[in-house]
Design a protein around this ligand. Structure first.
Ligand code: M6P
Ligand code: ZN
Length: 185
């Protein structure tokens, strides 16, 4: 059944939604095949297996024509220099999405299969993801990076696309901040 109009209380400091829907926790072991240094990934997964990011959702369901929201928080860190990030995905039926940075600093990496785009994200930045662009978020700072996402409920998450095609570039920590390198380097 369609859901009713609702108010969702957003706590801008604690970054909570109330009421809230499901929360997802992704640990290092959930990011298989994504970091360039697979040996380092395997060692971290078998060791402390740290939480890399969490996703807290509003109660709006992920079904066609609804417009769910979620808050993603990526921990600061890197694996052999490659900055901690979300898995990244493509929307199977090519729909757009909006991100609003809330806390910390990050980047929005997008790839359409040929072109790579990077948007620096800091609190107040809205990143627009056009239809057909796979998207991954990266924490470029040394505190947690959080952003709000709003997306079509029927968009779906194709993670296999990223495993097959990559993301065009990878984001590495440098003394000055972040450096993008070709995906295979
Ligand atoms: C944002 C949205 C979600 C997504 C989450 C984590 O909150 O884009 O749809 O699930 O980021 O990204 P991923 O699914 O790639 O792990
Ligand atoms: Zn998406």
């Amino acid at each position: 059944p369609p859901i009713s109009p609702m108010a969702i209380a957003f706590d801008a400091e604690r970054l909570t939604l109330s009421p809230e829907g499901p929360t997802l926790t992704r640990r290092m072991s959930d990011l298989e095949g994504l970091f360039r240094d697979s040996d380092a990934w395997a060692a971290e997964s078998a060791g402390e297996n740290p939480v890399v990011y969490t996703v807290t959702s509003s109660p709006v369901p992920e079904i066609d024509r609804e417009l769910p929201q979620s808050i993603t928080t990526i921990m600061p860190g890197d694996t052999s220099g490659e900055l901690w990030m979300t898995k990244g995905h493509q929307h199977p039926n090519h729909q757009g999405e909006i991100y609003l940075a809330l806390q910390g600093t990050g980047g929005l990496l997008m790839f359409d299969g040929e072109r790579t785009e990077w948007i620096d994200m800091q609190p107040g930045t809205i990143g627009y993801i056009p239809p057909g662009w796979a998207h991954r978020s990266v924490n470029t700072g040394d505190e947690p990076y959080s952003f709000l996402a709003v997306y079509p409920g029927g968009a779906g998450h194709d993670y296999g696309w990223v495993l097959e095609h990559g993301m065009g570039s990878r984001a590495y920590r440098t003394a000055g901040g972040v450096e993008l390198r070709p995906y295979s380097e």
